[in-house]
Design a binder for this molecule. Structure first.
Ligand code: FES
Length: 101
């Protein structure tokens, strides 16, 4: 699947992957602003992204645990996701994720 990140500097980073989490993909490729401090267990929110509104159908919505974590973040929006909770799959192909500040 092709996954595009837009960093807070408005840099566009297009990546390809077939498996793993979106957070791991971002970290492996040095996407600025995605730290993945907790290793992907939904407890740090350093992998916060905003899904482009028209792409929410690709990602689905956040689980309750994820939602709770997101609410601790000042920049939360209705399009917020923790990208360690997004698994790379064909369903995500073409998704654009804005890295949260
Ligand atoms: Fe920590 Fe996603 S990497 S919540």
């Amino acid at each position: 699947a092709k996954i595009t990140f837009i960093t807070s500097d408005n840099e566009k980073i297009e990546l390809e992957a077939t498996s793993g989490s979106v957070m791991q993909l971002a970290v492996d490729n040095g996407v600025q602003g995605i730290d993945g401090d907790c290793g992907g267990v939904c407890s740090c929110a350093t992998c916060h992204v905003h899904v482009l509104p028209e792409h929410v159908s690709k990602t689905g919505t956040a689980s309750e645990i994820e939602q709770d974590m997101l609410e601790l973040d000042d920049n939360v929006s209705e399009y917020s996701r923790l990208c360690c909770q997004l698994d790379v799959s064909d369903a995500l192909d073409g998704v654009v994720l804005q890295v949260a500040k």
